[in-house]
Design a protein around this ligand. Structure first.
Ligand code: SF4
Length: 951
């Protein structure tokens, strides 16, 4: 007979059992699909319900005021549940609340979220509503306990069905991985395995269960196309023909929803086409709403197709890459009369990612066989087992990842130094995901990448992408920052620990994992296989034993080095906020007496690490030498590859330690960070990237188009050209197709003290409360630091909530994606953001009607990169700090007006924009808008009146 389960759901006043209260309980007792009994009640929490909770659940204060307290229903609930397994979405949340309220449960608990990420590994939405939609569970009123519990029951049953449909071999491997672990899922898997074994004994089921082999499903998916062979004679674009596509009655207008005739878009398309035709570079700033993606994609597509050549398109954000592939390119394909090439080749567009995004089947196979796996490792392996049966890309973007699983992924992803390439059996069978992606790129006209991959291809002399000559860099204002990051390094204690763990990691008792135990086992040979000849084993085993000792020695020196570095950091730097310390390692800092201790500790660490390399080198030469008998033994190639990887990583770690501490390079910036709870980290970045970009991109490609909505400052491109080292480049500046003078007001209150002066923070808080009340939310507030955001968030929340306005804060109230969804859909909300929100917010319509810039976005003067680069200028403020801040200001402003029908107000709470001579540079960086100067008292009404005026 089937098991009886309880599906449980609680509604609460918040997410912390120690601070928050239960307001509703529902439990549904079921067997198979049949509901046997239900338990449901509201609960009086004896605290006021926040506006947010009332809005989320629909439960009003009056609903709970006369409900029983939890103590009155606890006994009844405990007896209802007793003896049955629990089911719930994120069930540990409910179990923790019950435990905190006196109901301790010891029955197995199954989390539908956890089951779903294993058995449905490719979903984008694992919320209860998302699962219900995927599994065809009828819609309920979400965030009420009883409907949620009923839906969870149906989702659970549907997930069990998914699990039962997996082949017996997969279930058996899952059972083996979970056996003996304190994890309820293991029991469930065991039950499914037994069921399947019973079914196998039936002749009908037994036939159905004939199983697909690894080779069957790994060779799935479309085989990559043949590589493109560029035509020797270039065929130029017919710009008139392309222009006709954009006319009011043209194919784009007839085919693309919402397409508008925009002269600015046509001008940009023509400039891109001219640059491709003439083999020149182009800097093109196109304001918001120009439609710049289509303006560069259309000529790029035609150029690539008619010349059988690649055009690489690089963007900074995943969102834009996905939009290009899934929307813009596919829209254009529908709309355009694209003739196939003579040999019937149609346009091919692919997205290529860095190799770590792809699963390495060889490493995955080895990992499945490892001993001493942690629970996080097992959880990811279970998901990979299911995912491998459906993925054709092996791209991790298809999977949901928690932070811990990201670390585990590093053990199974493709890696540059650990790839057997042509020697790999998966590669030979055309099953390797990475090489399939590379081959698809070689046959593609449009190759979409991100800046990080573009730059790593540049740094590796074009070993990642097929050879290409035409490049579009969108979001080009990020190029300098991304190059700075990609062409430098970051060294943490964990990096070195990870390296040591790859050699040997104790996992309890006498057990260890890593290269050394695998190597020892290999020497002896596994049962049924021959190992290395006994006479050869002795010297190899003794080198392996020496290596084990050396790993222990490095662990000691590692701790010493990072302790000494932390001590130095503590005594020679100041807290930057968030308890973090940061210190640029200048010549002056290195001349401090205490620095010699850091150098000694670093040298000890480096030498012991180098000692490991000598041991590895000894192993390598013995195994490769003429008297080695290992070459014919299975697993030899894998071991030699791992050895090469370990040696390469060792050299790289030693180089980084040496350069950051003892032998700094004059063209590199070095710094260290650390603080309470965050271990010390060493960083290096190039002092300038212009020469590197010139050598790697600008002087080697025929045509590069750099575009963004924010490239110019005060009407010229001089700043960006100087930063990127762009000497010969065409320029185009097209305004946004919006009438800012009619739609946008800039209000600057003049009575707010300058930042950091007494009274500034209070004035900001008071102005924001009055402004957001008058505009009924609909406001995005941009800060320049998380510390400033947090300081303002608390004083704002209470008064605005009383007005029914939801205050959402980055880093406090959810992920950026969740915050943006809430902000868009909430009738009255204020969104407080920093960092990515200066450019990552695209909210069309009234939900974002007011933009507040709390402080002019100057870089922090102590930022090591900013400080080092400033020293290169005669007038660092005007030549570097000011244009950089003005560009950022313009990016922030770009959040406000997103369509022709938007109307909005920008409020700047930094009075320096008016009081300082440099303030004009910020105003001049924006399009012409209606300007108002007044008092903070009058501001709320003036802004509200502007928004209410006729559109
Ligand atoms: S070719 Fe390289 S990345 Fe691909 S499966 Fe083999 S080792 Fe892994």
């Amino acid at each position: 007979m089937s098991e009886t389960y309880i599906s449980l759901d609680l509604e609460t006043t918040g997410v912390k059992p120690e601070n928050d209260e239960i307001i509703e309980v529902a439990a549904v007792k079921f067997q198979d699909a049949k509901v046997i009994d239900t338990f449901h009640t509201l609960v009086n929490p004896h605290v006021p319900l926040s506006h947010q909770i009332q809005e989320l659940t629909g439960i009003r204060q009056a609903d709970v005021d006369y409900a029983p307290p939890f103590t009155a229903i606890a006994g009844q609930l405990a007896s209802f549940i007793a003896g049955h397994s629990l089911v719930g979405q994120r069930i540990s949340f409910d179990v923790d609340f019950l435990s905190h309220n006196g109901i301790k449960l010891f029955t197995p608990a199954y989390d539908t979220f956890e089951l779903a990420i294993i058995f449905l590994p490719q979903l984008s939405d694992y919320s209860l509503a998302g699962l219900a939609q995927k599994l065809a569970v009828p819609p309920f009123r979400w965030h009420r306990a009883l409907p949620d519990a009923l839906a969870t029951k149906d989702v659970f049953l549907a997930l069990l069905k998914q699990a039962r449909e997996l082949p017996l071999s997969v279930i058996a491997e899952m059972v083996a991985l979970t056996l003996g672990r304190e994890w309820s899922l293991g029991r469930l898997l065991l039950d499914i395995q037994e069921e399947k074994l019973r079914d196998l004994s039936s002749p009908v089921e037994g036939r159905a269960a004939s199983e697909e082999t690894d080779s069957d499903f790994l060779s799935r998916g479309q085989m990559p196309d043949e590589p493109l062979v560029p035509h020797r004679e270039k065929r130029v674009l017919d710009i008139n023909e392309l222009t006709a596509f954009f006319q009011p009655q043209g194919p784009l207008a007839c085919s693309l929803a919402g397409f508008e005739y925009r002269p600015q878009q046509i001008r940009m398309m023509q400039a891109v086409a001219e640059a491709l035709n003439s083999g020149q570079h182009l800097l093109a700033e196109a304001g918001t709403g120009t439609g710049k993606s289509i303006a560069y994609l259309l000529p790029a597509i035609f150029y690539a197709l008619q010349n059988s050549d690649h055009v690489v398109v690089s963007t900074n954000t995943i969102n834009l890459q996905e939009q290009l592939i899934t929307k813009d390119i596919s829209d254009l394909l529908q709309a355009l009369p694209l003739e196939p090439m003579s040999n019937d080749v149609h346009l091919r567009a692919v997205q290529v990612k860095g190799r770590r995004n792809y699963l390495c089947l060889r490493r995955h196979a080895a990992f499945r066989r490892s001993e001493g796996l942690s629970l996080d490792e097992v959880k990811l392996l279970l998901r990979l087992l299911v995912w491998l049966r459906s993925t054709t890309s092996g791209d991790k973007a298809e999977l949901y990842f928690s932070g811990a699983e990201e670390v585990v992924w590093n053990r199974v992803c493709a890696q540059v130094d650990n790839c057997l390439a042509g020697q790999c059996s998966y590669h030979k069978r055309d099953a390797c995901f990475l090489f399939r992606a590379r081959r698809r790129a070689a046959g593609a006209h449009i190759i979409v990448v991100n800046h990080a991959l573009l730059l790593s291809d540049m740094a590796s002399n074009n070993r990642v992408l097929p050879e290409y000559k035409y490049l579009v860099i969108d979001e080009a204002h990020h190029l300098e920052e991304e190059a700075t990051q990609q062409l430098g390094f970051k060294l943490t204690r964990d990096d070195i620990i990870d390296y040591l763990n790859r050699l040997s990691e104790p996992v309890g008792g006498q057990r260890e994992t890593g290269f050394l135990p695998v190597f020892r086992n290999w020497l002896r040979g596994s049962p049924g296989e021959i190992g290395v000849a006994p006479a050869m084993q002795g010297p190899l085993l003794s080198t392996a034993a020496e290596l084990s000792d050396k790993v222990k020695a490095v662990r000691t020196h590692l701790s010493r080095f990072f302790d000494v570095l932390s001590g130095f950091l503590y005594h020679h730097s100041e807290e930057q906020g968030d308890y973090e310390r940061r210190l640029r390692l200048t010549r002056g800092v290195r001349s401090q007496p205490a620095w010699s201790e850091v150098e000694i500790a670093a040298e000890d660490l480096r030498l012991t690490l180098a000692d490991i390399d000598s041991g590895l080198s000894k192993l390598q030469s013995r195994l490769e030498g003429p008297d080695s008998s290992g070459a014919g033994i299975s697993g030899y190639d894998d071991l030699m590859q791992e050895l090469a990887y370990l040696r390469h990583s060792n050299v790289e770690l030693c180089r980084q330690i040496d350069s950051a501490v003892s032998n700094p390079k004059g063209d590199t910036i070095y710094w260290a960070t650390g603080g309470q709870g965050s271990p010390s980290t060493l960083y290096a970045a190039p002092l300038t990237v212009s020469q590197l970009l010139d050598q790697g991109l600008f002087s080697t490609k025929d045509s590069i188009i750099l575009t963004s909505a924010t490239l110019s400052t005060e009407g010229t491109f001089e700043f960006i050209k100087e930063r990127l080292g762009l000497a010969y480049v065409n320029e185009l500046l097209v305004d946004a197709p919006f009438d800012y003078l009619r739609s946008t007001m800039i209000y600057i209150p003049q009575d707010i003290p300058e930042p950091d002066r007494p009274g500034y923070q209070q004035a900001v808080e008071s102005a924001l409360i009055k402004l957001c009340s008058a505009t009924k939310g609909r406001t995005l507030v941009l800060f320049t630091s998380h510390a400033a955001l947090r300081a303002t968030h608390a004083p704002l929340r209470g008064p605005l909530q009383v007005e029914g306005i939801n205050v959402l804060a980055q880093g406090i109230d959810g992920s950026p994606k969740q915050l943006l969804t809430s902000f868009r859909t909430s009738s009255k909300a204020v969104l407080l953001g920093t960092s990515s929100f200066w450019e990552g917010v695209d909210v069309v319509g009234e939900a974002l009607s007011v933009l507040v810039i709390v402080r002019l976005p100057f870089s922090v003067p102590t930022d090591p990169i900013f400080a080092a680069r400033s020293e290169m200028f005669e007038d660092p403020f005007n030549q570097y700090a000011l244009p950089q801040a003005a560009l950022r200001f313009k990016q922030g402003f770009g959040r406000l007006i997103r369509s022709k029908t938007d109307r909005g107000a920008l409020v700047v709470l930094d009075s320096r924009i008016r009081s300082k001579p440099y303030g004009v540079a910020f105003v001049d960086s924006l399009p012409l808008c209606a300007m108002r100067f007044g008092s903070s008292q009058d501001m709320p009404q003036e802004v509200a009146a502007w928004l209410a005026a006729e559109r």
